[in-house]
Design a protein around this ligand. Structure first.
Ligand SMILES: NC(=O)c1ccc[n+]([C@@H]2O[C@H](COP(=O)([O-])OP(=O)(O)OC[C@H]3O[C@@H](n4cnc5c(N)ncnc54)[C@H](O)[C@@H]3O)[C@@H](O)[C@H]2O)c1
Length: 362
């Protein structure tokens, strides 16, 4: 392996370009190849990479050239399973954008197919790497609030953006909002709580967004708001509060963990707020202890994406794992579980019932 990690980017729409911009900030990393089936996406990527970067419109051609050490898969969710089946031929390190696949069944299929894969397979759960969120995770794991009992995650944001061919408007392409978007939050719940989910209850619907849009005569079917409750094996409960018609919220994510001796909370600023720093606050029940820490993110890192610096820190961790021959910090199982909780929540809404995780035979 060369010292500089040579990346191949598969899919250079919104997220593929964010990966390129962040890789460009890392000294020992370089994008050597790009593959996208869409000419406009390839052209947008051309303005972000060196002249020597090779461009392909066919995945098999990219694979046959064998010039990268690691591949990023950033194609639409419904394409992941096919791209993954093909990319396993490379035996190179893989970072797969979330959600791993649109269904738990496909995630299980991929897990089985890749069981003997010897290189890193990393699911892109980058919210773990947002600096204020990382800080909260560390404080909880250091028992600053005692034994965690409750975790609530609120995301209030803008509607889904337009994507190439607007694939993200239908459940069949995305897995549904609670898979597509909220797998991040279910991953955070498992990570912070350090336990597996038992049951999921959700209430949600499509009340405001995309109702006037038509694609081949069909109206989008993705929900835009929900409450989801997840019960974990260790007795901790998690709650997600999602609203996707809340542009101009001061904070896009607000995360609160409460333990038997105290509470920790963090607030991730929305892009609309223009803030480059966030706050992590700890309040202990005894002796009126209140601490607050400001978490700042470098402006170049913030400017390289839409995820409060997390893509940059995710790449540092990915590269570190490659160079030090370590296990992925975000495993295939983590990716699979985050999809399964999202699917359970989607099912809970449609079927109006509690969904038990054992139904997925995980
Ligand atoms: N981590 C995050 O927070 C985050 C944020 C946004 C998107 N994503 C994920 O990234 C992935 C891409 O989303 P996006 O927003 O960039 O979508 P997008 O539509 O902007 O880009 C997808 C690109 O993939 C290309 N493509 C489609 N099929 C292909 C194939 N077989 N081979 C090569 N290229 C192909 C399309 O032409 C397009 O350019 C999705 O899985 C999405 O869920 C993750």
């Amino acid at each position: 392996m060369s010292e500089t990690i040579k990346y191949g980017i598969i899919g250079t729409g919104v997220m593929g370009q964010e990966h390129i911009q962040n890789i460009n900030l890392i000294e020992n990393a370089e994008v050597v190849a790009v593959c996208d089936t869409n000419e406009s996406s390839r052209n947008q990527a051309k303005s972000l990479v060196r002249e020597s970067t090779k461009f392909y419109n066919d995945l098999n051609e990219l694979i046959s050239k064998n010039i990268a050490d690691a591949y990023i898969i950033a194609t639409p969710n419904f394409t992941h399973i096919n791209v993954l089946e093909q990319i396993l031929k490379t035996n190179k390190h893989l970072l797969i954008e979330k959600p791993l696949c649109t269904t738990t069944e496909d995630c299980k299929k991929f897990e089985l197919l890749s069981k003997d894969y010897s290189k890193i397979i990393w699911t892109g759960m980058e919210y773990r790497y947002m600096p204020p969120v990382t800080q909260l995770i560390n404080e909880v794991h250091n028992h600053v609030i005692g034994k965690i009992k409750m975790l609530s995650i609120r995301e209030h944001r803008f509607p889904f953006l337009n994507k190439v061919d607007d694939w993200n408007r239908f459940i069949i392409n995305t897995g549904g909002t609670l898979v597509e978007k909220c797998c991040h939050f279910f991953d955070l719940m498992r990570l912070v709580i350090q336990s597996e989910p038992i049951k999921v209850y959700a209430s949600g619907s499509q009340d405001v967004n995309h109702l006037e849009e038509k694609y081949d005569g069909k109206t989008p079917d993705i929900i835009d708001n929900a409450y989801v409750i997840v019960d974990f094996e260790n007795g901790v409960r998690g709650m997600l509060d999602l609203c996707m018609f809340a542009e101009n919220s001061e904070y896009q994510e607000e995360i609160v963990a409460i333990g038997d001796i105290g509470k920790i909370e963090t607030f991730v600023p929305s892009n609309a707020s223009g803030k480059d720093s966030s706050e992590v606050r700890i309040g202990l029940r005894k002796d009126n202890v209140n601490k607050s820490k400001e978490v700042k993110v470098d402006k170049d890192i913030l400017a390289a994406g839409h995820h409060h610096g997390s893509t940059y820190f995710e790449h540092l961790a990915f590269i570190n794992a490659i160079q030090k021959n370590k296990k992925p910090e975000v495993s295939l199982r983590d990716g699979l579980m985050s999809v399964a909780i999202g699917e359970a929540a989607e099912n809970s809404i449609v079927e109006n019932r509690v969904v038990f995780m054992k139904e997925f035979n995980l």
